[in-house]
Ligand binder design. Structure first.
Ligand code: PEP
Ligand code: MG
Length: 588
């Protein structure tokens, strides 16, 4: 059994599909002369299948996200048609009698050498595209993975170091039942996407790729953070039972979809959804969320070959708003930088501390035209159906650090409004909100809150900055803990300040969907929570077992304890007694 970080709850059992960069079996790296023609044919067949895949992906993404978003797959397809690329691989097979996989490994090495040295960030980013294409081809070249072999008939557990953008898109396919990654943590991309799709996942499992091969039976326990490869029959039976319990509970909880979210003593709550695109907005509805509390628009940019235009953004924002159960959505402006980069808005050079560097609004300020385009699109999406109706979108700015930034943001919004008036475009007065995720802003919240219409606490970042522990680094995940006494004190003070100032406050970090954290946040006076859609049913159920006075007592008790471990174990015990039916999903 391997221990990792539990990042998306649930127990699942399936067949491992290992995503290696390129796996070359040393015993089969070179060919006999008579094998050459067959190897070229195998390469050609893999190339043809990959082209078909990419066309399908392109269509799918075009329908779900938009035309520009699908452009990345056209770029990948063009690599498969590139005469130099294809010529090199064919020549290595025929002249040097390398296997197709060994030739692809050499191709990757060749471009790595070539592009790494380049000063041009755009060219360096192309390396990721070549890697993506090579991995796709390798998938078809390794016999186990050909779709005809029937390998894909059962549930698949993806095992990878980290997930690439195209692999993340593929996860929408229902055959992927679980994810195990070597890198990453609770709040890394793979984890957030796994949760939004309700796929059990464990991250930070060092060495798992070396110890697992495609085709192995693998158990993923996303509640405890355990991964078991090729289990004994008794272990398998025990986990099959847990798997059933988990899915039964999930189906049962999904039945509460149409019930309002209320505490045991009748206090109404807002349980909103965090989404990354239109498809997630639909799952927010399916899970019974009351609206969209955070739309991370960077995914729109991450999948595009260039900056999406105002009309295209508007179209997507309108779709999100239309899909939202409340008919309105909180749209966050671009939060790029940190662990997310886009080639066309990239960094000037590699930063030593990207999470503390040029990210979010800091980057947007330096691209005023792109920034204005996005703000205009959001304001236009906010236009109510008829005058007097509330606006259909709220605008949310990430990573606000100080009052100067808020003033600058207000001025940009005013400028966008003025431009729209001059252009004769219809728009709405979108409420103006800040994400609270920088400790300096938490200290100054009493002042800052007066300058905004609402606050959204980004606990994923707030926790990493407060604890000085990178949210994506498994080595320091023991420090990056939302239930730590320091974090709870800061959050309690922020919620109090916002409530005193009469400004709506939401928490939209991943902790909103964790039962133990939810209970203490409720005790702090928080009434609006935004989370991955998959968590909404269980939090709604938990809320129905908790009265406000109980939540206040739990918070009071938690604040008296001095370590994260004590707090977690006290809350686990209390919640298991209050809501025994939720035991199968209570994470460690
Ligand atoms: C956060 O920081 O808590 C948050 C919700 O934003 P993101 O995870 O996209 O940084
Ligand atoms: Mg954040």
């Amino acid at each position: 059994m391997r221990k990792g970080i539990a990042v998306s709850p649930g127990v699942t059992i399936g067949t491992a599909y290992c995503i290696h960069e390129v796996f070359v079996d040393p015993a089969r790296a070179t060919l006999q002369p008579h094998e050459v023609a067959g190897e070229i044919a195998r390469f050609e067949s893999a190339r043809k299948r990959s082209i078909q895949d990419l066309r399908l992906l392109q269509q799918k993404v075009e329908q779900q996200v938009g035309k520009d978003a699908a452009a990345i797959f056209a770029v990948h397809e063009s690599i498969l048609h590139d005469a130099t690329v294809v010529g090199k691989v064919r020549a290595w097979i025929s002249d040097e009698r390398l296997s197709a996989q060994a030739s692809l490994a050499r191709l990757l090495e060749h471009y790595r050498e070539l592009l790494h040295r380049s000063d041009d960030e755009y060219l360096r980013d192309r390396l990721a595209d070549i890697r993506d294409v090579v991995e796709r081809l390798t998938g078809y070249l390794s016999d186990a993975l050909t779709k005809d072999s029937g390998f894909f008939s059962g549930p698949i557990i993806v095992v990878a170091d980290e997930l690439l953008p195209s692999q993340v898109v593929m996860l929408g396919d229902s055959t992927v039942h679980g994810i195990v990654t070597q890198a990453g943590s609770q709040t890394s991309h793979a984890a957030i996407i796994a949760r939004s799709r309700g796929i059990p996942a464990v991250s930070g499992v060092a060495g798992v790729l070396r110890q697992t091969k495609t085709g192995d039976v693998i158990i993923v326990d996303g509640r405890e953070g355990h991964v078991i490869v090729n289990p004994d029959p008794e272990v398998l039976t025990a986990y099959r039972k847990l798997e059933r319990e988990f899915f039964d509970l999930r189906d049962q909880l999904a039945d509460n979809r149409d019930l309002p979210a209320r505490t045991k003593d009748g206090q109404a709550l807002e349980l909103l959804a965090n989404i990354n695109g239109v498809a997630d907005a639909k799952s927010a509805v399916a899970m019974g969320g009351s609206g969209i509390g955070l739309y991370r628009t960077e995914y729109l940019y991450l999948t595009h070959a260039s900056v999406p235009g105002e009309e295209e953004q508007l179209e997507i924002y309108r779709e999100v708003v239309a899909a939202s159960p409340s008919g309105s959505a909180t749209i966050r402006t671009l939060d790029i930088g940190g662990d997310k980069t886009v080639p066309f808005l990239g960094r000037e050079k590699q930063e030593a501390n990207p999470f503390m560097g040029w990210r979010s609004i800091r980057l947007s300020f330096e691209h005023p035209n792109f920034f204005l385009t996005q703000i205009r699109a959001i304001l236009r999406a906010a236009a109510p159906d008829k005058p007097g109706d509330p606006p259909k979108a709220q605008i949310l700015f990430p990573m606000v650090t100080n009052l100067e930034e808020l003033r600058r943001l207000r001025a940009i919004v005013r400028r966008a409004e003025q431009q729209l008036l001059n252009d004769g475009k219809v728009f709405g007065k979108a409420p103006f909100g800040m994400m609270l995720e920088v400790p300096a802003a938490a200290v100054m919240i009493d002042e800052l809150v007066k300058s905004v219409d609402f606050v959204s606490i980004g606990s994923n970042d707030l926790v990493q900055y407060l604890m000085a522990a990178d949210r994506d680094n498994p080595k320091v995940s023991h420090l990056c803990q939302p239930l730590s006494p320091a974090v709870l004190r800061v959050l309690a003070a922020v919620v109090r300040s916002c409530n005193q100032a009469g400004r709506p406050v939401t928490l939209c970090g991943e902790m909103a969907g964790q039962p133990q954290a939810f209970a203490v946040l409720l005790g702090m006076g928080l009434r609006r929570f935004s989370m991955s859609p998959a968590f909404i049913p269980s939090i709604k159920e938990l809320a129905s077992h908790l009265s406000i006075s109980t939540a206040e007592r739990l918070l009071h008790n938690a604040l008296k304890l001095s370590t994260t471990r004590q707090i977690r174990s006290m809350l686990n015990k209390e919640l298991a007694a209050l809501a025994p039916n939720l035991r199968p999903i209570l994470m460690q």
